[in-house]
Design a binder for this molecule. Structure first.
Ligand code: TMP
Ligand code: ASP
Length: 248
């Protein structure tokens, strides 16, 4: 007899365990501002599942180890079961979102960074937040080490994987006229203790995608969850557009 269990894995995905296998179901749920705003949009789960599949396959080919095992159309993915490392890793190429808010609140920008929306961040920056606190809180390397969430070597490896994920996604997106302003990824450890890229990657839920042509003209055209966060248009249209532009 096989047993199937389902639980929530984050705000927009369910985790299904069946016959010793683990699956992520990408639902149509969407939330923002720590769950204060929530809705459902048709086909949103399918878009995020297809885009994650697209990127996981590219990243695996490029030597980044990931939890991706198989795409189960239209909105389910088989994954390797991991123990999630309790941090979110953010890479930023341009000033936006909570970084802009921090500058507006008086934080001094790093060398060479202009504190305005859309300013390019030379070389990019990697930041960490907590994952399992009620509100994601920015943390530094020392707090991660002090909590024994990772060793120094593991933290360096995660930063290096994140830098490579950024380089690989950027290379593909630039050909398609899309700027990757920033993104968030997560990592976990498998039973062998190896660190793998987890969760989802390269979706409009976890990345800021900007149209490169509009950027050159001095405008920011969002093709991601900012459409929903800041009511800039119809989310289903924006998500269908970005999927079409990335995966064809
Ligand atoms: P932030 O500027 O709001 O900190 O977001 C940075 C990036 O991380 C952006 O691409 C959106 C993504 N992100 C998530 O995927 N989940 C979250 O809970 C938050 C706050 C941001
Ligand atoms: N994912 C977070 C939430 O659900 C924040 C965000 O993406 O804006 O509230």
């Amino acid at each position: 007899m096989t047993t199937t269990t389902r639980e929530r894995a984050g705000k927009s995905k369910d985790i299904i365990k069946n016959d010793g296998k683990t699956f992520f179901e990408f639902t149509d749920r969407i939330t923002a501002f720590n769950g204060l705003k929530k809705d459902e949009y048709p086909d949103k789960g399918e878009v995020c599942c297809r885009l994650s599949t697209y990127w996981f396959e590219i990243l695996e080919r490029e030597g980044i180890p990931t939890h991706f095992r198989a795409f189960v159309p239209p909105n389910v993915m088989e994954v390797e079961y991991l123990e999630i490392i309790p941090i979110e890793v953010i890479w930023r190429n341009f000033v936006a979102g909570s970084l802009l808010k921090r500058y507006e609140g008086g934080e001094t920008p790093g060398a060479g960074i202009e504190p305005r929306l859309g300013a390019r961040i030379p070389g990019g920056i990697c930041e960490f937040t907590t994952k399992f606190e009620a509100i994601d809180r920015l943390i530094d390397r020392q707090e991660i080490l002090d909590n024994r969430w990772l060793t120094r070597e593991e933290l360096d490896l995660i930063r290096e994987f994140t830098r490579r994920v950024n380089d690989i996604m950027n290379e593909h997106l630039l050909e398609k006229g899309i700027l990757l302003a920033d993104f968030k990824i997560e990592f976990g450890k498998n039973l062998a203790g190896e660190i793998l890229l987890a969760d989802e990657v390269g979706t409009p839920d976890g990345c800021r995608f900007w149209d490169a042509g509009s950027y050159v003209e001095g405008k920011i055209e969002s093709l991601d969850k900012d459409v929903y966060r800041y009511e800039k248009g119809d989310l289903s249209d924006a998500y269908a557009t970005i999927m079409q532009r990335i995966c064809g």
